[in-house]
Design a protein around this ligand. Structure first.
Ligand code: SF4
Length: 430
């Protein structure tokens, strides 16, 4: 979403106007993802659906940007002639100059719509131009702290699409964070392919960035997503333990626990290091929420390796867990690896782990009934049985559970202490 918001800002700064209605847009941008097969298919479907506006709307220029474009642009050109411009991850300057040369900015009557992010509002101005056009005027906002990735996990296409890890400067991030706070955001979510690696290329660190954000902004909640298990430092854990404004939320994709599989994935630490890390987090930050994700059915995974994973998931008792059947991606090191468990086997193993996790999640949620928790109000509920929907500091938006609030009067973005009176498998009720 952030990439889409930045692209819109570039257009607005260049004199285009923005609309949330693709049927009246002269230019439509489809910002895509293509990390795995499902995302690639979704991108193609969206491109084809959006291309219909060339017949039914005013669209004259269809632009496809992002990872799908970067990964498949050359191959896809003949298959998708509806697309006028294929923009790679870093091509925006050239694309805009071309559109302006063609007289397609406001002076030439150009309206732009972002077909993937569904613009809800246009807001924000900073030092001579828009930084981002916020597509949702939400109290929770994401901020990208780095681009790319320098790790070489053998199942992953991201480094080849996005390039090597490149941190943004602390001051640059701070300015954007201040602006987001000024727009009404109350929860700031730090994202990158690996947030824990932040700063290593510019002589900084994630801890230094968090300290700067704590000093320089008023966010009551700051959350980090996507930490790599190799780079979760003691300094970081100590800071989270000491600072109530940093959500004690550790989202650490671990991918597997078997040394055989981790080695084939080119990932560290191996099993012993991962067990030690979970212990270190629970010890240093006793109220930590631990989220992880695993790939099931990676090449070489026999019942033995799968058994190790099952045992670890039972042992670790993750608060949140994502499980994904392995998706072979062309151009990755793992693509040619054999033997590869069948799709059916991978799905069966995934389902088995999911049912184990469901039990764990239910137990953890039930244990919260009768306790108090801080809840951020995300929105007024569409469900007539509830007044609001929100989240605890242990729940990230979109991926984790929600808190359904049935009494009281709150502002969106307000954080209030509430008594939990009920629990579902993933959601809580107050
Ligand atoms: S750390 Fe994440 S983004 Fe980087 S190569 Fe591994 S899976 Fe891909």
């Amino acid at each position: 979403m952030i990439d889409g918001e930045r692209i819109l800002a570039l257009f607005v700064n260049a004199g285009f106007s923005v609309t949330d209605d693709p049927s009246v847009a002269d230019i439509i941008v489809v910002n895509t993802c293509a990390f795995i097969k499902e995302a690639t298919q979704e991108a193609v479907d969206t491109i084809l659906e959006t291309a219909e506006f060339k017949k039914t709307g005013r669209c004259e220029t269809l632009i496809v940007s992002g990872c799908f474009s970067q990964r498949y642009g050359d191959k896809a050109k003949p298959e998708l002639p509806e697309v006028d411009i294929w923009a790679g991850v870093n091509d925006w300057e050239a694309v805009l100059s071309k559109l302006i040369d063609d007289g397609r900015n406001r002076r030439g009557g150009g309206d732009i719509s972002d077909a993937t992010d569904n613009i809800k509002s246009v807001s924000g101005n900073k030092q001579g131009g828009f930084r981002r056009i916020l597509s949702e005027p939400l109290s929770t906002q994401y901020i990208k702290i780095a681009e790319g990735c320098s790790h070489g996990c053998t199942f992953c296409v991201i480094p080849s699409i996005r390039g090597r890890f490149k941190s943004r400067g602390i001051n640059d991030i701070l300015q954007e964070a201040e602006w987001l706070y000024g727009q009404g955001a109350r929860e700031l979510i730090l994202v990158a392919q690996d947030t824990s690696f932040y700063g290593r290329d510019i002589g900084a660190s994630l801890t230094a960035l968090l300290e700067a954000l704590l000093r320089g902004t008023g966010f009551p909640w700051i959350r980090m997503m996507y930490l790599h298990p190799n780079f979760v430092s003691d300094d970081l854990l100590n800071l989270v333990a000491a600072e109530s404004r940093i959500c004690p939320y550790f989202d650490i994709p671990l991918q597997h626990i078997s040394d055989v599989i981790l080695t084939a994935m080119n990932r560290t630490p191996l099993s012993a290091g991962i067990y030690a890390l979970t212990e270190r987090i629970r010890k240093t930050v006793p109220n930590a929420t631990l989220r992880s994700s695993f790939i099931v059915g990676f090449p070489g995974e026999t019942e033995k390796e799968f058994g190790e994973l099952r045992k670890f998931i039972q042992f670790a008792s993750f608060d949140k867990l994502g499980l994904f059947p392995y998706s072979p991606e062309e151009g990755t090191g793992a693509y040619a690896m054999r033997p590869r468990p069948s799709t059916r086997t991978a799905q069966r193993r995934c389902a088995e782990l999911m049912s184990i996790q469901q039990e764990i999640s239910r137990g953890l949620a039930e244990a919260k009934v009768g306790t108090d928790a801080d809840v951020i109000i995300d929105r007024i509920s569409d469900d007539p049985d509830f007044n609001y929907e929100g989240r605890t500091a242990g729940d990230a938006p979109e991926v984790d559970g929600r808190v359904f609030v049935s009494s009281g009067s709150f502002e969106v973005g307000q954080i209030a202490r509430m008594r939990i009176i009920g629990a579902g498998d993933y959601d809580l009720f107050v």
